[in-house]
Design a binder for this molecule. Structure first.
Ligand code: ADP
Ligand code: MG
Length: 279
């Protein structure tokens, strides 16, 4: 009898592996033991087991999407201090975290000075989108432009654009730090106009719109880019001083536990938290 049970278990594990149900394989015995103890019937047992498989599958898929998004660092809304940034509406951000804007193919623009939390909010919202099943990609604008030029030179632009077209949300971080070349600006415009009304874009920038020509070069291209980006778009201004600077200043003015001596980095060059590739 014992031998048959062992043989059945081996077969069951084999079948579940062949059917690609690893969690059912690893959990069938402990869940069966619990089911027997709780007097759970066969169908309820199967339901519990299949739920575990599904949950694990969803967790792994979310993990893969998060990895594929290539965030430089992971940020969450829980760690964003909204009281420190009153210009940012917490209710609106929580609403955006539900990701309905992606279903509506709308864009989000974060505009504000360096260090005011634009990338933090963009990453947190984009990570929320990953966990909801959306395909996301995070890219600094300068890096994307360099990549576009490289793949174009390698005659692989179409394949690269086809990969971008599969995304639900493309985050373009730090628009405006470096002016693009004429070719770079055209390739960037191409990405933005291809995404227009097909997927969502999230852009962070420290540049007011009237200065976008400095990055894109031509008035015509700037007008066309802004036209696409801002049509069906939520603009979020992160007004005020840099969070890092504020943080550094607070550390300087706060007396140290070792007796009132001022400590901390130079407020002009504050220690960057996380070192997430800032300017
Ligand atoms: P920006 O993209 O506007 O230059 P970041 O989002 O990179 O600024 O913010 C700089 C640093 O300060 C990051 O480590 C970020 O997590 C942190 N930070 C900025 N604003 C806040 C905030 N309101 N609450 C918590 N951390 C913040
Ligand atoms: Mg940033």
């Amino acid at each position: 009898m014992k031998q048959i049970e062992t043989k059945s278990m081996v077969l069951l594990h084999h079948h579940l592996k062949a059917l690609r149900l690893p969690t059912m394989g690893s959990q069938c015995e402990p869940v069966a033991a619990r089911a027997a103890a709780d007097n759970v019937d066969h169908l309820a047992y199967l339901l519990q087991l299949s739920e575990l498989e599904l949950l694990e599958r969803e967790r792994k898929a979310a993990e893969r999407r998060l990895k594929a998004a290539k965030f430089p660092v992971l940020k969450t809304l829980d760690t964003f201090d909204f009281t420190a940034r009153p210009s940012v509406n917490k209710v609106l951000i929580s609403q955006l975290a539900r990701c309905e804007f992606i279903d509506r193919r709308e864009n989000i623009l974060f505009v504000g000075n360096p260090g005011t939390g634009k990338s933090h909010l963009a990453i947190a919202l984009a990570a929320a989108a990953c966990s909801k099943g959306y395909r996301v990609r995070f890219s600094r604008v300068t890096e994307l432009v360099t990549q576009l030029i490289e793949v174009r030179d390698e005659h692989a632009l179409l394949a690269f654009k086809a990969r971008l077209a599969k995304l639900d949300l493309l985050v373009l971080d730090e628009f405006g730090y470096v002016p693009a070349s004429k070719l770079g600006a055209e390739l960037l415009f191409d990405v933005i106009s291809t995404a227009y009304e097909r997927s969502s874009l999230m852009v962070t920038t420290n540049l007011p719109f009237d200065q976008w020509t400095e990055v894109l070069g031509s008035e015509r291209l700037t007008g066309a880019t802004l036209d696409r980006l801002t049509h069906r778009c939520q603009i979020i201004e992160t007004k005020g001083e840099s969070y890092r600077l504020r943080d550094a200043k607070a550390r300087i003015t706060k007396p140290s536990p070792s007796g009132g001596k001022k400590a901390g980095p130079d407020p002009v060059e504050p220690a960057l938290e996380g070192g997430a590739g800032k300017v």
